[in-house]
Design a protein around this ligand. Structure first.
Ligand code: SF4
Ligand code: SF4
Length: 206
């Protein structure tokens, strides 16, 4: 019949429209902020900086390489690299950001900074409760405001955070395995005492 498809489409639209008033699973809005929809793991709002352990300054994964700053399309990241170094997430001495600001009034949540970061140091938050009456300074977040723990990351993106932890653990194990090799003295003569069995090298996972 001519127009059957259109009628079917209209019927489906009407079913969804009226159903959204009576059927709980079809409700598309809630009384925010008293009510909230459950968080979706793939949701994203603005970036944050991940830190390991309990000290946000010591544990911050960012090494201030500035790749994200260069790649950010609207240029809303400002980084100043430190003069000194501290151990990074896998134990290497690295620079860190002396200044790391993001202007979230400009950020377009594209996630490019996350994609280009070689250190899994910046991830997308899901928090959208960021009201402020200060249009400028209130939306310019510094590194302390951006710093969030790895536990927080696991809470909002558990699958992704577990994969990152596994990759970092593998990198740490590799780095650990290299250390004794570099420090190993020349091989002992064949008559020397039996060599103790090698201990498995395990990366610490968070
Ligand atoms: S999400 Fe996009 S716009 Fe926002 S800071 Fe990252 S790269 Fe820049
Ligand atoms: S967040 Fe990542 S890409 Fe950006 S400066 Fe830090 S380590 Fe480099």
């Amino acid at each position: 019949m001519v127009g059957e498809g259109i009628l079917k489409g209209l019927a489906e639209t009407a079913r969804n429209f009226f159903g959204s008033y009576v059927s709980k699973e079809r409700l598309t809005t809630v009384q925010y902020p008293e009510q909230r929809l459950p968080r979706i793991e793939a949701a994203r709002s603005f970036p944050f900086l991940v830190y390991d352990g309990s000290d946000w300054q010591q544990g911050m994964r960012c090494v201030g390489c500035q790749i994200c700053e260069k790649e950010c399309p609207p240029k809303c990241i400002l980084i100043e690299k430190s003069k000194d170094k501290k151990p990074d997430a896998v134990g290497k001495q690295q620079f860190y950001p002396a200044v790391f600001d993001i202007d979230i009034s400009v950020c377009m949540s594209c996630q490019i900074c996350v994609e280009v970061c070689p250190f899994d140091a910046i991830k997308m938050d899901v928090d959208v409760d960021l009201p402020t009456d200060n249009r400028f300074a209130g939306l310019l977040l510094d590194k302390q405001q951006l710093a969030k723990s790895n536990e927080y990351y696991h809470g909002i993106h558990p699958t992704e955070a577990a994969a990152v932890d596994a990759a970092l653990a593998a990198e740490r194990a590799k780095a650990q395995a290299k250390k004794p090799a570099a420090a190993t003295p020349p091989a002992a003569p064949p008559s020397a005492a039996p060599v103790p069995e090698a201990q498995p090298v395990g990366g610490e996972s968070k």
